[in-house]
Design a protein around this ligand. Sequence first.
Ligand code: GLU
Length: 423
Amino acid sequence: MSFHYDITSSSLYQNALSQLEKAARTDAVDPNCIERLKKPKRAIQVSVPIRLDDGTVKTFEGYRVQHNMTLGPGKGGIRFHPQVDLSETAALAMLMTFKCSLVGLPLGGAKGGVRVDATQLSRQELQGLTRRYTTEIGPFIGPDVDVPAPDIGSDGQTMAWFMDTYSQVKGYSIPGVVTGKPIVIGGSLGRRDSTGKGVAFCIQFAMKYLNKKFDENTKVAIHGFGKVAIPAANDLIEMGAKIVAVSDVSGAIYNEKGLDIERITKFTKSRRLLSEYDGDCDLISNEDLLALDVDILIPAAIDGVITEKNADKVKAKIIAEGANGPCTKEAVAILQDKGAFIIPDILCNAGGVIVSYFEWVQGLQHFFWDLEQINTKLHEILKAAFDEVVFNKDKLDSDMKTAAMVTSIKRLSKAMRLRGMWP
Ligand code: GLU
């Protein structure tokens, strides 16, 4: 009996591949490099057995995929989610390669995860899971090899357990092994809010590029209300926009005059669902949120939210991909046909990995920067990347998604050619 697992089988992988192939068709990129980028360099599957609070043992499946490491050590988050599988992790690792290259970081692309519903585990069980997963992938990671970070279902505490486990085994503290750590153990100022801040910066650049101004009529709907959505919402309010809708798994809340984001944030911090929120707003469905008559839509929760089934109903003219892969390839085609301006995920949500890079550098040097320096550098890097993408979009008479891929692959393929293929 033979067994063959097709790592390209998930729809997220197929979406990433089709973006790569579309970029390849522009002739601006080397076909040999495209061929090498279609599959990950290395994919690791591990078993993560933990003792539950009731004394029984349960085993979870874990992964770490290193897609490409030409530009530097692997970089990418660790996802704790029931949908995690090898193909999805590989797709997300590929997106990390493109993201790091696009914004010019000396880092490759990787991603990891455990197939688990972390909300069903106690704190003790979650700690056990994180520590066991760390030791299982331990031989394949390190500050010069591959540097994990938070993603869906993981946070600063997860990174603290991860860093502690890795350091305990080595016998001394190694802060550079992960990013997204709490400040007191070597985290960076600004890392927690950096992905959302980057989303807001990119929207600001897009508004300027499209000759639009923020005012009290600029309406924003955000699909999601977590680590990316909350800081993005706060920054957009400061820029003059109005957040009219946000959502979570239980549904969405909507007020066309604008929501009280501060109050809603406090409410959700106590682990309560938006459907129970009693403020001045209507409860609508997540699908209704995507179809609202707004200027800006930010899908900031998970992949595959805007598809060929609902893309036609989207009215927003700016779509800022806060999550990784929130629009399927069919949805991208429909949205672009309707004239929407898409800020691609590998640019839009790159703020997180940019400040992760700052954290990694600070950890290696044991020298820490102030918040202003971090946010100024974040803005500089994203602005340069945005300008390069729109330059290539206009030059190739292409769309934002393709232009972002071409920009990224051009840098990467230059490095791949210079280093050569060996053995
Ligand atoms: N998980 C985040 C992402 O998808 C951050 C990765 C990192 O900081 O390494 O970009």
